[in-house]
Design a protein around this ligand. Structure first.
Ligand SMILES: Cc1cc2nc3c(=O)[nH]c(=O)nc-3n(C[C@H](O)[C@H](O)[C@H](O)COP(=O)(O)O)c2cc1C
Length: 304
């Protein structure tokens, strides 16, 4: 049975062009679904795959002679990109410097983000890995300072509407979800919503910081809850490489996850989404001179 997502309920289809195949067997090696096996020194489609082809495209991509074509599950052979045409690959140093130089940007110049840059960000973000292909991440792009502001204020109005969840009695109930959930709600959630609503009254936007561009990466109920964060991160790095600043905004999704029907209808946000993240983008107003050294809570090596 095919693995179902919101976009497909079929298996991928593997077509082997034997006149091109050199029997190297790489396609069989990379397929972890066991959809391909070697038989009589030739790759053949197995009748006993683990799940059935999920159209990850790896066999098509690894084949040195383009002898494999995948179709189905939203994929066609036209999705194969010729890497030999991409001479300009970043080195580790370039990538690391880009990462270290990145800061979360919350102050933007009053200029819009050009469409060509938005397209480039999306082009890079969509290349992110996903739990199961085809990606079940929905992307909503809110373009223009005024639209982002309108959206922010709609969200803050919704926060105010549901502010009873931050009332002392209700917050106390968060203890049922554990001491940590209670502490976070009390020390962060409650003051944050109060601050947002007070700021909005002064026409200040501390939710999406009057950015000229916002993107919402939202998971469908079928996909891995980690899925939206990965293209969101790719988008931030792409933006950085294009001279734009960006910042993830995690405070909206948990608040609108359940309910917010009218808001979701107005802004074309997916109705059901178990995980999601906003990212804002724009031309940075200030330049950061220094990077900041960071640390993990712990790095534990487990080894022989
Ligand atoms: C998952 C996630 C959610 C975040 N949510 C918010 C947010 O709601 N508002 C905000 O101003 N910054 C938000 N940030 C930005 C962080 O505060 C920022 O990454 C952190 O302070 C470190 O700063 P740096 O990105 O410049 O290194 C978020 C970052 C992440 C990764």
């Amino acid at each position: 049975m095919a693995i179902i997502t919101s976009r497909t309920n079929e298996n991928g289809w593997i077509n082997i062009l034997y006149d091109r195949c050199n029997s190297c067997g790489l396609c069989v090696k990379v397929c972890k679904d066991f959809s391909l096996i070697m038989d009589d020194n030739k790759p053949v489609v197995s009748n006993f795959p683990l799940f059935g082809c999920i159209a990850c495209g790896q066999c098509m991509a690894v084949c040195p002679t383009n002898a494999i074509e995948i179709s189905g599950r939203e994929m066609t052979v036209n999705d194969r990109i010729d890497l030999s045409e991409m001479k300009d690959k970043s080195s580790y140093i370039q990538l690391k410097n880009l990462m270290i130089g990145r800061r979360s940007i919350r102050d933007f110049k009053e200029v819009e983000v050009e469409n060509a840059l938005i397209e480039k960000i999306i082009e890079a973000a969509v290349s992110a890995p996903m739990g199961l292909p085809p990606s079940d991440v929905h992307l909503v792009v809110i373009k223009g300072r005024l639209k982002v502001r309108e959206f922010s204020f709609d969200v803050i109005d919704y926060f105010r509407k549901i502010s009873w969840v931050f009332s002392p009695a209700f917050i106390w109930l968060w203890r049922l979800f554990g001491k940590e959930a209670y502490q976070v709600m009390k020390s962060f959630g409650q003051p944050l919503v109060n601050f947002m609503t007070e700021s909005k009254e002064k026409q200040e936007n501390y939710l999406l910081y009057d950015a000229p561009l916002a993107m919402y990466f939202a998971a469908s109920p079928y996909c891995d809850p980690a899925d939206p964060y990965i293209p969101a991160t790719y988008a931030m790095l792409a933006a950085e490489s294009l001279g734009l600043g960006s910042c993830m905004i995690g405070s909206i999704h948990p608040m609108i996850q359940y309910g917010a029907k009218k808001l979701k209808q107005k802004w074309n946000l997916p109705e059901k989404s178990p995980a999601g993240i906003f990212v804002i983008f724009g031309h940075p107003k200030y330049k950061f001179k220094s990077g900041i050294r960071r640390s993990f809570a712990e790095v534990a090596f487990i080894q022989n």
